[in-house]
Ligand binder design. Structure first.
Ligand code: RM4
Ligand code: MN
Ligand code: MN
Length: 432
């Protein structure tokens, strides 16, 4: 195999060298400001450095809409090239050492060899994703009218078998979780028996659950609509919670930020799932209208902060069982996917660090004296603090880039990949 171009340590170090004096100044100034409220900036750097969010393998390719897909230059053509791109994101932002793969898009002959290939790049595998929302060329039965909840038991059995295969592959890859999102539902009133389809779904999921290795978690991902536009089987967090509880302790709920009805208070959903002990993890992205799959923090950054406010509150309280898995799930249509993933990862870490700035004692006091304005002011004070120097210092300390986007652009990586990856094959991905 011909040598593949990668971004080397020297070019990162030399870009950092130029930016370091300004970063120092900004960092010292912020340290000074935070000291006034007795916040130790070094502790925040340590928190930022320890935070991780997984990258979706399908996120390094160009997505698409119902209308068109406009491929970009040098797109990865298979899982190996996808991992190369994930490694670039990891190298520059440091917060993304894990990759979440989708089967069959990322199926390989030897998962063990793929695991070694990833490890050479410092990467490991996060949750497995099954796909019963599409038909594959070699597939016996169609998922056009559903999969795990299909009225025909043979279709359900095929969908169950696929999920069991995902668990097998995942074990060889070193994964410890399976995310199940299904497109099952109805487009017309009367098409689907609403209670019956949920019952069939649960029956199928029980079989999958019983095949889970003891250390694994099963994530139930809900979505209000699409591809079914009238009713969806796992439509909201309440249904997701009910299913996770029915299945057992290894099952929990996954919150994809784009999968709710308009104006749903997602931070409240998060708080409820935390309280009920069923918050499994996240798919971060952002949206204006629905499951837009835009970059995290690009449309509603305050919402992202408020979600992390709930998470950090639980973390600091030492809430029993608190262990959410963080992943991105985005579709990049008009940007360079590597740049979008880097920006999103940084925005997620930003929200996490900002949430650590909230004066929780003062907040509790404001709540106790019924002072809404005072409480909001405390949240705003944290949200308005620019923690960029903290994030950059954490990256620098871990060997990453002070300015990942500028360093990436200067490297010419994308142009080199356009030469190395000439064929315009459709990447095995698509976002719905
Ligand atoms: C779905 C859902 C799943 C993702 C697919 C590609 O809308 O978000 O998590 O695997 O898209
Ligand atoms: Mn998702
Ligand atoms: Mn989605």
């Amino acid at each position: 195999m011909a040598a593949r171009f990668g971004i080397d340590d020297e070019s990162i170090a030399s870009a950092n060298h130029t930016l370091q004096p300004t970063l120092r100044e900004d960092f010292d100034h912020l340290a000074h400001v935070l000291r006034r409220t007795r916040i130790d900036i070094e502790a925040l750097v340590a928190r930022a450095a320890a935070f991780t969010v997984a990258i979706p393998s399908w996120g390094v390719g160009t997505g698409g809409t119902r209308f068109a897909r406009f491929p970009g230059p040098g797109e990865p053509r298979d899982i190996h090239e996808k991992l190369d791109d994930c490694a670039v994101v990891f190298r520059l932002v440091r917060a993304t050492p894990a990759v979440s793969v989708h089967i069959p898009w990322d199926r390989v002959e030897s998962p063990a060899a793929l695991r070694a290939f990833a490890a050479e790049r410092g990467l490991h595998f996060d949750a497995m994703n099954s796909n019963t929302f599409q038909d594959q060329p070699d597939q016996a039965l169609s998922y056009k009218f559903g999969s795990l909840s299909h009225p025909d038991g043979a279709v359900r059995r095929q969908a169950i078998a696929h999920n069991l295969e995902c668990i097998d592959i995942g074990q060889a890859l070193g994964s410890t979780a399976l995310s199940v999102w299904i497109g099952d539902g109805g487009n017309f009133p009367g098409q689907v028996h609403l209670r019956g389809s949920l019952e069939r779904y649960l029956e199928s999921m029980r079989e999958i659950y019983s095949a889970l290795p003891a250390t694994w978690r099963l994530f139930v991902e809900h979505k209000a609509f699409e591809p079914a536009f009238y009713s969806t089987v796992i439509n909201d967090w309440g249904t997701s919670y009910y299913c996770a509880r029915e299945l057992g302790p290894q099952a929990c709920c996954l919150v994809d930020l784009g999968h709710h009805g308009p104006n749903v208070n997602i931070e409240m959903v998060v708080a409820r799932l935390l309280q009920l002990g069923k918050l499994g993890g996240f798919h971060f992205n952002d949206s204006k209208y629905g499951d837009d799959d835009l970059d995290a923090g690009s449309i509603k950054p305050f919402q992202l902060f408020l979600i992390f406010n709930e998470l950090v509150d639980a973390e600091l309280e030492g809430l029993e069982g608190f262990n959410p898995a963080y992943m991105l799930d985005q579709s990049h249509n008009v940007t360079d996917p590597i740049e979008s993933l880097m920006v999103s990862a940084m925005e997620v870490v930003r929200a996490y660090v900002q949430a650590h700035l909230v004066d929780r004692e003062a907040l509790a006091a404001a709540q106790a004296r019924c002072d809404p304005l005072g409480a909001l002011a405390l949240l705003k004070a944290a949200y308005h603090t620019d923690v960029t120097p903290i994030l950059a210092t954490a990256r620098l300390g871990a060997g990453g880039a002070i300015d990942p986007i500028a360093t990436y652009r200067a490297s010419g990586y994308r142009q080199r990949k356009a030469e190395e990856r000439p064929t315009r094959d459709r990447v095995g991905a698509g976002i719905v």
